[in-house]
Design a protein around this ligand. Structure first.
Ligand code: ADE
Length: 222
């Protein structure tokens, strides 16, 4: 999986890349690359945004700047580009990310993520350059960088070898293995704490019973 992230703040991703599961994914051959809109802007003084037509608060990311960044990086017309690869614009009004959507995106060989800032994107970016609009929830953040990290985290942990244990991603919350339900509860040592015991079945060593108990717990949380 190769993910190109278009942003005004590539340095925001340094912490993200320093996490172990992300490092594992990168060592396994997955790639994250960053493109700073500002380095491609055709406007003077590094300008990337402008005031909204019709008035209103905030600034809007310009369509010509985003086109220049996409063209500069891929050497192609962004209108064509979105036919060849998924170009995801991160925006609060987009399709809300869930496990099914993450699975769908995790199958792609390459993704392009467009992070907005300020009041968001000029609508023509969404209409003509993006193949998808992705939201991480119905609330507004200051920019698309945190949503892009959320998306990359969710996608990369689905890649084989990113997590320590091969089964870790297969049987987690909302997965098919758990029929789309939240994950069952986990316990670790001590087996009893302040009079709060760990369910007996988990200490039994009886794998079939444990499996059945977990599925039942998971279903109850659905
Ligand atoms: N940009 C700002 N808020 C966002 C959200 N909730 N989801 C995706 N992108 C965003």
């Amino acid at each position: 999986m190769r993910i190109d992230i278009f942003t005004l703040f590539p340095e925001a991703f340094e912490w993200f890349e320093s996490q172990r599961h992300v490092g594992n994914a990168l060592r396994a051959g997955h790639r994250l690359a960053y493109v700073n809109y500002r380095e491609h802007t055709p406007l003077s003084g590094g300008q990337v945004d402008d005031t909204p037509f019709g008035g209103g608060a905030g600034m809007v990311l310009r369509v010509d700047v985003v086109e220049a960044a996409l063209r500069g990086h891929y050497g192609a017309d962004p209108v064509q580009l979105r036919r060849e690869r998924r170009v995801l614009a991160l925006t609060p009004g987009g399709r809300v990310l869930d496990d099914e959507f993450v699975d769908e995106l995790a199958q792609e060989p390459a993704l392009t993520l467009l992070c907005g800032r300020y009041e968001g994107f000029d609508e023509r970016i969404l209409e003509h350059f993006a193949s998808d609009r992705v939201s991480i929830g119905r609330y507004v953040l200051a920019g698309g960088e945190l949503p892009a990290m959320v998306l990359c985290d969710a996608i990369l942990r689905k890649q084989p070898g990113a997590l320590g244990h091969a089964d870790s991603a297969a049987e987690e919350s909302f997965s098919r293995a758990l029929e789309g339900a939240p994950e069952y509860p986990h316990y670790t040592r001590p087996a009893e704490y302040r009079g709060w015991p760990v369910p007996e079945v988990l200490l039994s060593g009886h794998h079939a019973n444990i499996r059945e108990w977990r599925l039942e717990q998971s279903r109850r949380r659905a």
